[in-house]
Design a protein. Structure first.
Length: 58
């Protein structure tokens, strides 16, 4: 797990080719731009949890 401070415009890279840019910071909200290699999927945890819950009901 990484915990770090960043300012708007700063970029974080990882070895799998994922690039995260701090797009903007306003009040108590941070907007991130996430770029991933073609074919890779990025999902929010709450969306994946909803999908999993629906599949478990079947």
């Amino acid at each position: 797990m990484y915990i770090l401070s960043a300012q708007s415009g700063e970029i974080i890279f990882d070895e799998d080719g994922i690039k995260v840019t701090v797009f903007s910071i306003k009040n108590n909200q941070v907007s991130l731009k996430i770029e991933v290699p073609e074919g890779m999927t990025v999902s929010r945890a709450e969306i994946l949890n909803k999908i999993q819950a629906k599949q478990d009901k079947k």
